[in-house]
Structures are given as structure tokens and as C-alpha cells.
Ligand binder design. Structure first.
Ligand SMILES: Nc1ncnc2c1ncn2[C@@H]1O[C@H](COP(=O)(O)OP(=O)(O)OP(=O)(O)O)[C@@H](O)[C@H]1O
Length: 259
């Protein structure tokens, strides 16, 4: 089930380097939220803090609160592996496991999380996830073929199927279309529309048209100055952000005057 995410006073560090400072926002359940902003302002860093992937880099840490379903993900008692199950992630480049079949790729996260499953239950998860990722009709007759044999767009939908197979509450997408052609991009954007019925979706995109097409809310990140940390300049419904932004820096960015 989709959940909202309440973020308060989040600072994100790489060692001593403060990369992102003072973020406050509420990401709505069952909506698509896009993060936009110039290169290096911390969009991906912030996204990775939402499922505790940031801290896998040595010396990296997060301050502040990120609350999903009443639970602060950074509470000392919380298991980061459980967080990553609850908050799934899809990356810029499709990354199916190269030696695994399409079928096993879909189940890869579940097998790590839930041990051995019955074949009938596994079949059911594979079909549901591939249907959910709009890929079933294209692959149902070759489930035992390698995932790497699919086109780039199909591989990305396979990675989405793998992410939704574990039934997360939130799905993070870091520029999921940047390695794809326009037709595959359009297929992923259609899919994002459908997935938001079941998952809270957060997407980082460099493409402002894409943010305008797929998202309900948008966060604009920027650097105050070179060498300063990234920060959230404005967070608003996407329609408002693109028609009538609150901040002159947002206006300058979306009208193409910098970034
Ligand atoms: N592994 C790392 N170690 C140290 N600094 C890092 C690391 N990854 C990112 N940074 C720094 O953190 C800041 C934010 O980077 P990040 O990749 O989050 O920005 P971004 O807005 O997603 O950029 P882009 O749009 O180019 O992907 C940058 O100054 C970057 O150099």
C-alpha cells in the first residue's frame, strides 16, 4: 500500500562534505513526486537517503527525520534492509542480473527477502509483477530466457517488475528513462501513471517536460552558490510550479535561463 513520507530538517553528508542541507517536505501517498534541478544540487543524493542507500558509501550519513507510516527510517532500531524492501529503487541504467532468466530476475528481491517459495506462488508473483510493469505480453512465452536478451526499455520494465514484486510502499526512480529511446520512455511514463495507484512514486529527472508529464508534485533543488550545499528551493503541485512558481530561481530554471 502506498504511504506518505514526512521529511524534516534533513542534512546529507559525504564525510565532512555537506551535500544537501535543511530539506523539509511531505511526499504524498499514491502521488508521483518529481525532483528537478541543475547537475550536482543533490537530487540523487537526497533520493538515496529515502531508502537508506546513501549510507552504503563509506563515511556517508544522514541527519534529520524521514518518517514513513509513523516510523522514522533512521531510528536506531530500524533495519536498513527492511527499509529497502519497503522503499524500492529503480536506477538510471537498467540492471537486470545478467546470468538470470526473466523469471528469476523478477523473483530476485523476493528470494533474498523471503527464502524459498512454492512454485505456484512464485508463478503468481512473476505474472502479477510483469503485468504490473506492462511487460507480461511481450515476455510470457520466453520467461526462461535471459533478462539481458530484452531491449533497453524492456529491461527497465523488468527492473520495475523486480522492484514491485516485493510489494514496496514507495518506489524511487533515479532518471529511469535517461538511457532509453523516446518510445521506451513513453512506455515507462505510461507505466508510472498506472503504478501510482498502488505505490508512492518519487522520480529524479533532468527532463522538465517529463516532470510536467508524469508528476503531481515537484521539488526544485538548487545550490545557493558554487561549493555550497544543495537545498530545496520550492516544493509545489507540478501544475503550479510550471505555471506560476513561487521563487524567481525556479522560474529562471524552468524557463531555461540556467542549469
Ligand atoms: N560518492 C560521493 N562521494 C562524495 N561526494 C559525492 C558522491 N556522490 C555525489 N557527491 C557530491 O554530492 C553533490 C550532489 O550530487 P548528486 O549526484 O546527488 O547531484 P544531482 O543533483 O543528482 O546531480 P546530477 O543531476 O548531475 O545527477 C555533488 O557535489 C557531488 O559531487
Amino acid at each position: 500500500m502506498a504511504k506518505s513520507i514526512d521529511i524534516s530538517d534533513v542534512n546529507i553528508y559525504y564525510g565532512d562534505f555537506l551535500a544537501v542541507e535543511g530539506v523539509n517536505m511531505t511526499i504524498r501517498a499514491g502521488a508521483v513526486t518529481a525532483f528537478i534541478g541543475p547537475s550536482g544540487c543533490g537530487k540523487s543524493t537526497f533520493l538515496r537517503s529515502l531508502n537508506r542507500m546513501h549510507e552504503v558509501i563509506p563515511g556517508a550519513r544522514v541527519e534529520g527525520k524521514i518518517v514513513v507510516d509513523g516510523q522514522d527510517l533512521y531510528d536506531p532500531g530500524v533495519d536498513p534492509v527492511a527499509v529497502r524492501r519497503q522503499v524500492g529503487m529503480v536506477f538510471q541504467r537498467p540492471n537486470p542480473f545478467p546470468t538470470m532468466s526473466i523469471y528469476d530476475n523478477v523473483l530476485a528481491g523476493l528470494k533474498l527477502n523471503a527464502g524459498k517459495m512454492k512454485k505456484s506462488a512464485a508463478d503468481e508473483v512473476v505474472e502479477r509483477s510483469l503485468r504490473g510493469a506492462n511487460l507480461w505480453n511481450e515476455v510470457k512465452d520466453r520467461l526462461n530466457k535471459p533478462g539481458m536478451g530484452l531491449s533497453g526499455g524492456q529491461q527497465q520494465r523488468l527492473c520495475i517488475a523486480r522492484a514491485i514484486a516485493v510489494e514496496p510502499q514507495v518506489l524511487l526512480m533515479d532518471e529511469p528513462c535517461s538511457a532509453l529511446d523516446p518510445i521506451s520512455t513513453s512506455a515507462i511514463e505510461d507505466l508510472i501513471h498506472e503504478l501510482k495507484n498502488d505505490f508512492t512514486i518519487v522520480i529524479v529527472t533532468h527532463n522538465m517536460q517529463q516532470a510536467a508529464r508524469v508528476s503531481d508534485d515537484t521539488g526544485f533543488f538548487n545550490l545557493k552558490a558554487t561549493g555550497e550545499p544543495g537545498h530545496l528551493v520550492e516544493f509545489n503541485p507540478t501544475k503550479k510550479m510550471f505555471a506560476n512558481p513561487d521563487d524567481p530561481a525556479t522560474e529562471a530554471y524552468i524557463s531555461g535561463r540556467f542549469g
